[in-house]
Design a protein around this ligand. Structure first.
Ligand code: SAM
Ligand code: DTB
Ligand code: SF4
Length: 349
């Protein structure tokens, strides 16, 4: 068989462990070639979607997620903040839009929202949408009725991660089960919202756990619309501080296998970019990442500055999905000044 021809990938939900591990075992070049081939069948090849995050309620979370600076159980020095006022959130969303983001993601350090919190949260969704931005929220576990309220308010995406494999999960989190997460995802799907669901790597898990995370995601009843792949941001005071760093090429493999297994989903190169070189991020885009968090902060930790990201995209000849022309023009200007090549921009072929 010609190893460079692949039949169009179907949307499969029946992956076996052996099949996923076989993808991870491919030689790096073969894996990336295959991921990029799949990518081009379903996505524009040089386009990235930008989401900006805002922490709308910070810290003092009762959960014990071992990676998280916002848990009340760990001394991380984070200042807790109550649920923000709607107008302050709208102001931040306006700034995000002006900076070039097309989606605004609001996160709260809750185990799950209280029904009374949802009135304010619904107003945030309506007002941010009115600015012409897509909306995403991550508020913890949702009951079916809460998911329906958010969907009725117009929320586009709900982010709720599986985080890792079922086998490794108990080493990281004890205050909610894997099944609790699957239940919330079911409520989100049933309410008609798009799902944003992925996980974290670099938490000391085994290669089999990283494969199993992707198998769990791809074997969900519907592939998540968006799949964030986070590299652990190590925060002093959290139990996972000091974990041995993942080989960066294994991070790229995680993106590539996610792209192959969930061909239509947006794969988001998420937390951990501050510690990554331009070259590593470029490999992640080649492996099929087509979405990033954009803005100088994630929820509570650092993210690359906007100007740095624009320069990176310009260096790679990548454009921003759905961005207004002023932002595109600025990116193009940066491209010209840095001289970064792109076939479509230079017309070389
Ligand atoms: N409290 C809600 C929840 O846990 O569902 C929403 C916010 S929580 C911060 C959202 C996700 O951020 C987590 O599921 C985890 O995947 C990711 N995350 C949190 N801390 C992180 C860290 N230090 N490094 C990488 N990803 C992290
Ligand atoms: C996701 O998967 N990653 C984002 C978003 N969903 C909410 C959050 C990353 C948080 C990193 C740690 C922090 O900034 O607090
Ligand atoms: Fe709380 Fe979410 Fe952090 Fe877990 S990840 S401690 S639930 S804010």
């Amino acid at each position: 068989m010609n190893q460079h021809t692949f039949s169009p990938p179907e949307l499969r939900h029946d992956w076996t462990r052996e099949q996923v591990q076989a993808l991870f075992a491919l030689p790096f070049n073969d894996l990336l070639f295959r991921a990029q081939t799949v990518h081009r069948q379903f996505h524009e090849s040089n386009t990235v979607q930008l989401s900006t995050l805002l922490s709308i309620k910070t810290g003092a979370c009762p959960e014990d997620c071992g990676y998280c600076p916002q848990s009340v159980r760990f001394e991380t020095g984070l200042k807790k903040e109550p649920l923000m006022e709607v107008q302050a959130v709208v102001e931040a969303a306006r700034e995000a839009k002006a900076g070039g983001a097309t989606r605004f993601c609001m996160g709260a350090a809750w185990r799950s929202p209280k029904d009374r919190d949802l009135d304010k949260v619904e107003a945030m969704v309506r007002e941010v949408k009115a600015l012409g931005l897509e909306t995403c929220m991550t508020l913890g576990m949702l009951k079916d009725t809460q998911a329906q309220r958010l969907a009725d308010a117009g929320l586009d995406y709900y982010n709720h991660n599986l985080d890792t494999s079922p086998e490794y999960y108990g080493k990281v989190i004890t205050t909610r089960t894997y099944q609790d997460r699957l239940d919330t995802l079911e409520h989100v799907r049933n309410a008609g919202m798009k799902t944003c669901c992925g996980g974290i790597v670099g938490m000391g898990e085994q290669p089999e756990d990283r494969a199993e995370l992707l198998r769990q995601l791809a074997n969900l009843p519907a592939h998540p619309d968006s799949v964030p792949i986070n590299n652990l941001v190590q925060v002093a005071g959290t139990p996972l501080k000091g974990t041995a760093a993942l080989d960066p090429l294994d991070f790229v493999r995680q993106i590539a296998v996610a792209r192959i297994m969930m061909p239509k989903s947006a794969v988001r190169l998420s937390a951990g970019r501050t510690e990554m070189s331009d070259e590593l991020q470029a490999l992640c885009f080649f492996a099929g990442a087509n979405s990033i968090f954009y803005g100088d902060k994630l929820l509570t930790t650092e993210n690359p500055q906007n100007a740095k990201d624009r320069a990176l995209l310009a260096r790679l000849g990548m454009s921003v999905q759905g961005a207004e022309s002023a932002v595109q023009e600025e990116a193009m200007e940066a491209l010209i000044t840095t001289g970064g090549p792109s076939c479509s921009a230079s017309g070389c072929c």
